[in-house]
Write a protein that binds this ligand. Sequence first.
Ligand SMILES: Cc1cc2nc3c(=O)[nH]c(=O)nc-3n(C[C@H](O)[C@H](O)[C@H](O)COP(=O)(O)O)c2cc1C
Length: 400
Amino acid sequence: DELKRDLQDLLPDYMVPSAFVFLDTLPLTTNGKVDRKGLPEPQLDSGASGQSGTSSEVANAALTQQIAQLVADVLKVDAIDPNANLLDLGANSIDIARIANLMEQQFQYRVPIKDVYSLSSVGALAKNYDDQLVKETTQQSSSPSTGDGALAADFKMIFHPEDRKQFKHLRRGLRQENWDSVKLTAPELDDALKQTYLSRYSCRTFSSDPLPFDRFSHFLSHWRQLLVKGQTKSRYGSAGGLYPVQAYLYIKPDRISGLKAGTYYYHPLEHQLKIITPDAEIDRDLHASINKDTFDQSAFSIFLVGELAAIAPLYGELSRDFCLLEAGLMSQLLDLSASDHQIGLCQIGSCDFEQIRHLFALNDHHIYLYCLLGGATDQSSPLVDLDAVTIHDDWEEGTL
Ligand SMILES: Cc1cc2nc3c(=O)[nH]c(=O)nc-3n(C[C@H](O)[C@H](O)[C@H](O)COP(=O)(O)O)c2cc1C
């Protein structure tokens, strides 16, 4: 812990090792570099290796501590025994309501009203939050039982926010072998190039001012299809040029000038929004806790849906994968263009689309793929100091 604390003073967060292994000598390759393959696997204590989960029998200690602090603040006491009954500690119904509100603000999780009184201690509140987190994450990641997707079941899932953060810092997506390498050239990392990176970002807060109709229309026009000698021409590719992925929109009341609330289909050839369900309302419960605030703030939602009838006759079982790839290309195109229109977007990995399926006049062969939330922003990129953008060239030194 001491070593970690010292390193935290010296290094940025992501470079602080999550585990330490002490060796007398480092294994070397024949050309004298550290042989990464010869290094022992670090033992992570909280499931961050991806091979072990954390029991939710007892809620994460840090989480319990955070909730205890929150409750202590409400009850105006210095410290709280996690097992003590809140009512015995003098909490009244107003205190309980405040605790529920503060938990919602801090953890984006609302303790169900019916449970507020049965969850009578800090420990019980932490456990309830913990179980909910496990349930949501498991639902979001329910993996297919066949094909490559089933291989994901080889890994135990990591649920706690801290453990997930630690796992992210391991950068398992990077190969760490000590291969001989060829250094590539790149344009100079000047301010313009840094801006290119910063202008595409996931936006989770939006301006509540109505988004002007033209700005929104021009933004959607990146998906507009043209014709070249009668053939569809689009700014993204599609297997066989079939374009089976359709965009459906939900617009909130008074958030886009000149557009009434409701659901729409975007017709890419006509560049028109077709009204499907006027005045439809979508509830925040469509989304996982982590995305509810983003949804509350957003002005519009875009749901990408694959029409299997438009692709399966030519591509059979590959159709869903091809639709997902196309949805990714469509999202990337809008993501890259959004800031030019002072629009922010956030990609949403999973939502309970079945809840709202009826709002879009779909048939059984329409498959839900992906969701984007968006709205007006006040600036074209997040306010990040350009000096803070650097090239990460030290991973070869074994710092990760
Ligand atoms: C497949 C996928 C699913 C995502 N799901 C969510 C999500 O549910 N909620 C969210 O806030 N961001 C989501 N994101 C956005 C990522 O968190 C984001 O792209 C990543 O943290 C990098 O940050 P940046 O986009 O600002 O560069 C998703 C991104 C992808 C590609």
